[in-house]
Design a protein around this ligand. Structure first.
Ligand code: SF4
Ligand code: SF4
Length: 60
């Protein structure tokens, strides 16, 4: 799943625009990533200008 570091995120909306399945929602105060829709393409992680997104595997 994709994790957002809210201390770094500028709420710029770039990740929302690049997500191919529209699973990122930007509100006035935070970013919500719907992990059930996310296809783990990692485009948002590459495109975030602030490197606020990281990927975390749920498998141990
Ligand atoms: S692209 Fe990065 S800084 Fe911009 S809203 Fe998404 S996570 Fe936040
Ligand atoms: S990894 Fe891909 S599908 Fe998942 S939130 Fe990022 S851009 Fe969207």
């Amino acid at each position: 799943m994709v994790i957002v570091n809210e201390k770094i995120c500028d709420l710029c909306g770039t990740c929302v625009a690049v997500c191919p399945v529209d699973c990122i929602e930007l509100t006035e105060f935070d970013l919500i990533i719907n992990d059930e829709i996310c296809i783990r393409c990692n485009i948002c992680i590459k495109m975030c200008p602030f490197a606020a997104l990281t990927s975390k595997t749920s498998e141990v």
